[in-house]
Design a protein around this ligand. Structure first.
Ligand code: SAM
Ligand code: SF4
Length: 325
């Protein structure tokens, strides 16, 4: 399906929970207790039904996220249900990786093909300071995903001036050594936390400049390694493949947006950086048929905003952990 701006939208990002076992500085507000009750979350059957309708309309790529998707007990059952639907080409996972070691093999068998793992620092103390978790668990999770045969494992690092600049080169070397693509992501005003201030904002352009001081960045003709918004470069000497997600500084960032989000509590959100949402849970629980659900998806696409409004004094509503990353 195309939106009114000629963009082909075939990617649905599904948040399966708003809970998380970490508390990243840029995501989870201090003392956050805004969790929806379990009954407010879409059930596995409801998620699978929506995927079936979306696939019937031409959606091909799906990603399970959260909160932390691996805290949801029936995640593998959701994946199995989705993988059996005609038209579902790729199911990916976004995870903090801390519980991946125990679940990677089952999830791969269930049908997950790719994983994006958040890794903001390799230094154990700094990792704990940023996320509250253990980097050793994440590294074990990454290793397990590779061993389990995930087709691609990407690393995501959110850039924070004054917090993790010292980790940029170590992460690049780690990515090169393990042959895993690494993406640097600009901070977005998706929550209300101490780190989400101008002072901590580090533009991707500055990081590229820093990398250019020691290496040559060769633009990759296939910018879309995967289905995301990063621009990729090969670092000639280190051999790392590094992507940059300049959501705040790249003015053409939204031009190729191909996705829509489904929140854990059943809201369809056509743009991360606009507040508009459609309550699909209410429709589901009022007994809507599949024709009605397909109509709802078409309506959502008709109203997909042209661009995010993060630069226009955007005030975050629900925090990122509740929307789904
Ligand atoms: N828990 C999983 C994880 O951490 O990867 C999946 C959900 S998380 C919300 C998805 C992605 O959003 C992560 O890569 C995270 O780093 C990113 N993210 C969260 N808050 C952000 C913010 N304020 N700015 C930029 N990226 C953010
Ligand atoms: Fe949890 Fe992911 Fe948010 Fe970190 S970024 S608090 S791991 S949902």
């Amino acid at each position: 399906m195309n939106d009114p701006f000629g963009r082909k939208v075939d990617y649905l990002r599904i948040s399966v929970t708003d809970r998380c076992n970490e508390r990243c500085l840029y995501c989870m507000p201090e003392g956050y207790h805004g969790w929806e009750r379990q009954a407010e979350h879409l059930s596995a059957d409801e998620i699978i039904r929506l995927v079936r309708v979306a696939a019937g309309l031409g959606f091909r790529k799906f990603r399970l996220t959260g909160g932390e998707p691996l805290v949801r007990g029936d995640l593998a059952a959701i994946v199995r249900g989705m993988a059996a639907i005609p038209g579902v080409e790729v199911i990916g996972l976004s995870t903090n990786g801390t519980r991946l070691a125990a679940q990677a093999a089952d999830l791969r068998v269930a049908g997950i093909r790719t994983a994006n793992v958040s890794l903001d620092a390799l230094d154990p103390g700094l990792y704990r300071q940023i996320t509250g978790g253990s980097v050793a668990d994440v590294l074990a999770g990454i290793c397990a995903a590779v061993v389990a045969g995930f087709e691609r494992v990407k690393l995501n690092c959110v850039l924070m001036r004054g917090k993790n600049e010292s980790e940029i080169w170590p992460l690049v070397h780690f990515a090169a050594e393990h042959r895993l693509p690494l993406r640097f992501i600009e901070l977005m005003p998706l929550s209300r936390t101490d780190v989400l201030t101008e002072k901590h904002f580090l533009p991707v352009g500055e990081v590229m400049q820093q990398l250019r001081e020691k290496d040559r960045l060769i633009p990759q003709p296939d910018r879309r390694i995967g289905h995301g918004p990063a621009r990729y470069y090969l670092l000639e000497r280190t051999g790392a493949l590094v992507g940059f997600i300049g959501a705040m500084t790249r003015l053409d960032f939204c031009e190729n947006c191909n996705k829509v989000r489904l929140t854990a509590d059943g809201k369809i959100r056509p743009c991360l950086g606009n507040h508009g949402e459609t309550d699909v849970r209410a429709l589901l629980r009022a007994g809507v048929d599949d024709v009605g659900l397909a109509e709802m998806f078409r309506e959502v696409l008709k109203n997909k905003p042209e661009a995010h409004v993060f630069r226009d004094n955007y005030t975050p509503g629900r925090p990122m952990v509740a929307i789904g990353g």
